[in-house]
Design a protein around this ligand. Structure first.
Ligand code: ADE
Length: 234
């Protein structure tokens, strides 16, 4: 799968896509991640990619023509173009699963005080926020989306079982639960013990315990997930 990030700050994006699982998947040819400096498509001696807002006000607004040329230069057939914007629906695991089916995802990072509204209206397929807070720019948001989508691409996670029972992914019954806690050696540390059932070797009992724990954690930390109608595990 190909990802194109359009940004005024490529330096912010390069580290997170170079190491760990994403870096390894790129080296293996499973992911093609390209980070583009939007100034490439700015005109004039000063390569200006933003300008003062019409109607007055503080801050600079990203120019529609620059973003238009950037998208046109990178977009391939079958791509989806997403603007990262705090004024948008919140990105969820469901979106990650949906976007991971694409051949190309183009992520447009807004910066400064905003982006000319015509970008959202005419140039992108959708806009996504990563949560109810305002970041200094869309770069970190784009990297969050990229990471969550990329790990759903077949082969990116060495062990595909890791995608099986996961927080926020609908289970067989369509319910979304938080994942049960995990433990590893040592069996006891400073008097803190690993639950006996995990050492029982009894697969059925372990699974039942995990399900109970998942329910209890969800009730405690995210009761809103239990109140939702079951999701289609498509
Ligand atoms: N840009 C600034 N804040 C953002 C957010 N919360 N989500 C997506 N893009 C953003």
């Amino acid at each position: 799968m190909r990802f194109d990030l359009l940004t005024l700050h490529p330096e912010l994006c390069l580290g997170p896509v170079s190491g760990s699982i994403i870096g390894r998947a790129r080296a293996a040819g499973l992911l093609d991640v390209r980070v583009h400096d939007l100034r490439t498509w700015a005109e004039g001696r000063h390569k200006q990619a933003d300008d003062a807002p019409y109607g007055g006000g503080s801050g600079m607004v990203m120019k529609v023509d620059v973003v238009d040329r950037g998208i046109a230069a990178v977009r391939q057939e079958g791509a989806r173009v997403v603007l990262l914007d705090p004024v948008a629906p919140t990105f969820t695991q469901r979106d990650a699963l949906r976007l991971a089916r694409l051949s190309q995802l183009v992520l447009v990072c807004g910066h400064y005080e905003g982006v000319d509204a015509r970008v959202r209206e005419h140039l992108v397929d959708e806009a996504l926020s990563i949560g109810d807070y305002v970041l200094t720019g869309g770069e970190l948001a784009a990297l969050v989306v990229l990471d969550a989508v990329a790990r759903q691409v077949p082969g990116v996670l060495g062990n595909p079982d890791s995608l099986g029972v996961e927080s926020f992914t609908p289970r067989e019954d369509g319910r979304v639960l938080l994942e049960a806690p995990q433990y590893t050696r040592p069996r006891e540390y400073r008097g803190w013990e690993v639950p006996d059932v995990l050492l029982s070797g009894h697969h059925g009992r372990v699974e039942a315990w995990r399900h109970e724990q998942a329910l209890a954690l969800t009730r405690r930390w995210r009761p809103d997930l239990l109140a939702r109608p079951p999701e289609d595990p498509d």
